[in-house]
Design a protein around this ligand. Structure first.
Ligand code: FMN
Length: 188
């Protein structure tokens, strides 16, 4: 459907029980109307190597680039590692950032929303770095709301993986709505 917005969710952690993976699942339950949300798992993406790239894109990388191309916008939930973005996420963005066989970088001019769970600062320092990378890639990053889910001293997920913080849920719903609004505006 032409009015339908397709969002691609990406987690910056490969951990099975990752809280950031859980955020993607939670987002799938908070979607605005006429929106679909698929999750792409980065687990099979190899480390970037220009020699490998020259021989042909690994299947997982080609699938990742296709999924980005097909999506109207991206939604990235990532932890913070050592005050910055995770290697897993940066590596995947590096693969996607390249023009390949005359196919342009699929990230260019794509709207993207970011959020994260973990640590005292709720991924604030990594989100700052991630915004900078996404700006460099000429993406349209949704500025507000900032969704920083601080974890220590406060259990915000229950044992089933549900987020128990109503304010955080409200922010995620608003972030999705802003991403959809932004995507529609950019189509005009
Ligand atoms: C290598 C590594 C570095 C980390 N560095 C930070 C950090 O700088 N700041 C922070 O708040 N948490 C840091 N953490 C803790 C993560 O935020 C926490 O493990 C989080 O739950 C990981 O996200 P996930 O649940 O989605 O896997 C680090 C964890 C790892 C494994």
């Amino acid at each position: 459907m032409e009015n339908n917005i397709q969002i691609l969710g990406i987690a910056g952690s490969l951990r099975k029980e990752s809280y950031n993976r859980k955020l993607l699942k939670i987002a799938q339950g908070l979607l605005p109307e006429n929106t679909t949300f698929e999750i792409f798992d980065l687990i099979d993406i190899p480390l970037f190597n220009e020699d490998v790239e020259a021989e042909g894109l690994p299947a997982a990388v080609a699938a990742f680039r296709n999924a980005i191309q097909k999506a109207d916008s991206l939604f990235i939930a990532s932890p913070e590692y050592n005050s910055s973005i995770t290697g897993v996420l940066k590596n995947a963005l590096d693969w996607a950032s390249r023009s390949y066989n005359k196919q342009p970088n699929p990230l260019t001019l794509k709207p993207v929303a970011i959020l994260g769970a973990g640590g005292r600062g709720g991924t604030d320092r990594s989100q700052y770095h991630l915004r900078s990378v996404l700006n460099h890639l000429n993406m349209y990053v949704v500025n507000k709301p900032e969704v920083l889910i601080s974890m220590p001293g406060r259990q915000v997920f229950d044992e089933l993986g549900n987020l128990t913080d109503d304010f955080a849920l409200k922010l995620i719903r608003q972030l999705l709505q802003n991403l959809v609004n932004y995507t529609i505006q950019l189509r005009k």
